[in-house]
Design a protein around this ligand. Structure first.
Ligand code: ACM
Length: 644
């Protein structure tokens, strides 16, 4: 017996092979720092015991694991302090300097599993990795039948690259309930995100109860439901009921904060001012500089802004708070008193983005203030506002943070910048010694389309999975100590329900998770694409929606030297075949296979394309009008003969 234990132990320790997750079917997102495998499996017993000595937080992690194990396996699962437990969650007695506060070591041995960490958060992340080592049915909503509940033998050492690993959820444009936000948290922690940024206020809704300002939610949380293309809707008639929306009571917020805390997630509240404030102005019109604001209503998606001006947005009605009005600062003091008490996180995000200045230019009160303060520009006026707001935030014991527009006209002394218009603002702020969170549109905007406009719900821009995966939050030449981390932003103008929210979030959210957690040299697109596909099966078990756009073809339209259209087809993932037709037939793998750039046959009106892998269709068929490709190539559009 002794001999066999010695043999097992030596095989386990000497026989480890350093691996990318992937060996033995292992597929973990985000990729761990180090993963070693050894031959063999650990079989989960029919009576699973989880040992969770430590504290309340560890006990909570153990109970979450127990709940999921019991539900999906149907085995008996208990949490108690047993030295012979099947799964042991242990806080290190002597701190392991390699893994820091959020890292862990995980060993799956032939006889049991041990996760060790310096802090409870590390045990929680170790558990997330452990779950991904289990059969996909672990994500199921009921006990799965005929599953071999076993795990590969591994030894993992893992810790995050960035401290701030965030996702922003815009609950202002469309309201999502407390339970839906909890579900969002449940999903994000699987990929080791630790920060939920809640965009709580905007033109379309004020979503947090402020007891001293009741109209913010009795008026400001409600508009008229419209579907179609947000931003183009007709203004609602005066008698249309304003019954679409909702808000979180303060009890709801406390419940969400606690729920998040138990899963090691901080919630960052955002109160977006001075722009994006129509819901506040409709509730309290005296906050506006503009006469007639008492007739303003919470926006229902009608056009209120002209975005065509290169100098910045021009408002068609004044959706801003007035920086020259003392009542605005009294208002913000009241709001921030309550917000600061509700959210334990050290930062409050005060927005600052896309503030139109054309109504400010007309305000006498602003002219007087600018003269008195020697302010020369409207950007200087916003900077004056931001500095005052920073003081209010700090008076509540919190740190002030805003979108990168807060740099314009001079950054408030202690501000932390969230860089969204590319990385430029973040680089500038970091060079000035300010903390920065990178969330650039070109890598991290999860509301953008994931594939071609022809098959995606229309949004004004595209962000493919592969591009999201290229996100590098730490620019060259910047002191890493100022780049706190990064986050993906999920704006909700076009999100009406949870299923579509999930469709937009995944798998791009998983790509960002790997950019934020895994070492840079562990990133590998081909391997990530494979893991993503495997993870789809887990998400199917968990009934979570996602986009399969990574299998779609990409159209590139060019005009050649003779002003003819050239069409290039490609795919994000390797190993796909592309089949196409120009004669309106539905393409499959009996039609021509794409090999080189295509010219369009005379009078063809449609290019239909589909991707295959190993003889099976895998991407969506995309029917692309030739005129659309001509437009993209900058060529004249044909008149199309009528279809008889
Ligand atoms: C933003 O996307 N307006 C921050």
């Amino acid at each position: 017996m002794r001999k066999s234990i010695c043999f097992l132990v030596s095989v386990f320790f000497l026989g480890h092979i350093l691996a990318q997750s992937g060996d033995k079917g292992i597929s973990i997102i985000p990729e761990p720092v180090s993963l070693k495998t050894v031959a063999g499996v650990y079989k989960l017993p029919s009576n699973i015991v989880i040992d969770a000595k430590g504290n309340k937080e560890v006990d909570y992690t153990a109970r979450l694991l127990a709940k999921q194990l019991a539900l999906a396996t149907g085995h008996k699962v208990s949490v108690n302090n047993s030295a012979s437990a099947s799964i042991r969650l242990l806080l290190n007695k002597t701190s392991n300097p390699i893994i820091g506060d959020e890292g862990y070591t995980l060993d799956v041995r032939p006889t049991h599993i041990i996760i060790k960490a310096n802090k409870p958060a590390g045990l929680f992340y170790g558990v997330q990795t452990l779950l991904q080592l289990m059969p996909k049915e672990i994500e199921g909503k009921a006990a799965a039948k005929n599953v071999a509940w076993q795990l590969p033998l591994v030894s993992v050492t893992d810790y995050p690259r960035f401290q701030w690993r965030g996702l922003m959820f815009d609950v202002a444009r469309h309201f999502f309930t407390k339970e839906q936000v909890k579900d969002f948290i449940d999903q994000m922690v699987k990929y080791k995100f630790n920060l939920l940024h809640m965009h709580l206020t905007d033109d379309e809704g004020w979503r947090i109860e402020i007891k001293s300002l009741p109209k913010l939610t009795s008026v400001g949380a409600w508009n008229v439901k419209r579907v179609g293309y947000f931003g183009t809707f007709a203004p609602p008639a005066a008698d249309e009921p304003r019954d679409y929306g909702g808000f979180y009571t303060q009890d709801d917020i406390r419940e969400l904060v606690q729920y998040a805390k138990e899963r090691f997630v901080n919630i960052l509240p955002e109160i977006d001012v001075p722009g994006h404030s129509l819901a506040a102005v409709a509730s309290y019109p005296e906050l506006s500089c503009t006469p007639g604001a008492e007739n303003y209503k919470v926006r229902s998606g009608e056009e209120i802004m002209d975005w065509s001006h290169p100098g910045g947005p021009v408002a068609l009605l004044d959706n801003t708070l007035c920086p020259a009005n003392d009542k605005v600062y009294e208002f913000l003091d009241k709001v921030l008193t309550e917000v600061a008490q509700l959210f334990p996180f050290e930062y409050i995000h005060m927005g600052g983005d896309e503030c139109p200045k054309n109504f400010w230019e007309k305000s006498d009160a602003i002219k007087v203030l600018m003269q008195k303060e020697g302010i020369k520009t409207m950007e200087g006026m916003q900077s004056y506002f931001e500095k005052k707001v920073e003081k209010i935030v700090e008076s509540k014991g919190k740190k002030f943070m805003g979108w990168d527009e807060i740099l314009e006209g001079g950054l408030a002394p202690n501000a932390v910048v969230m860089s969204w218009r590319g990385m430029k603002g973040g680089i500038e702020a970091a060079k000035m010694g300010h903390g920065v969170v990178m969330s650039p549109t070109n890598f991290a905007y999860l509301d953008y389309m994931q594939s071609d406009d022809m098959v995606e719900p229309h949004v004004y821009a595209t962000l493919r999975l592969k591009t999201a995966y290229e996100f590098e939050p730490l620019p060259d030449g910047v002191d890493p100590k100022f780049i706190i981390g990064g986050q993906g932003n999920l704006w909700s103008e076009q999100l009406y329900n949870v299923r579509h929210m999930q469709y937009m979030l995944w798998p791009r959210g998983q790509a960002l998770a790997e950019c934020l957690w895994s070492p840079k040299d562990k990133k590998n697109w081909d391997w990530f694409a494979k893991k993503t596909e495997k993870n789809f099966e887990r998400m199917d078990e968990g009934q979570v929606k996602y986009s399969r756009a990574l299998f779609d073809q990409i159209f590139t339209a060019k005009k050649d030297a003779k002003d003819s259209l050239q069409i290039l087809l490609s795919t994000e993932v390797n190993g796909l075949d592309i089949y196409y037709t120009f004669d309106n037939s539905q393409p499959d793998n009996f039609f021509p296979k794409y090999e080189s750039p295509l010219s369009v046959p005379k009078e063809a009106v449609m290019l239909k394309v589909i991707t295959y892998r190993n003889g099976k269709p895998i991407g969506r068929q995309i029917d692309m009008p030739i005129n659309e490709l001509r437009k993209r190539a900058g060529l004249k559009i044909y008149g199309i003969p009528k279809n008889e």
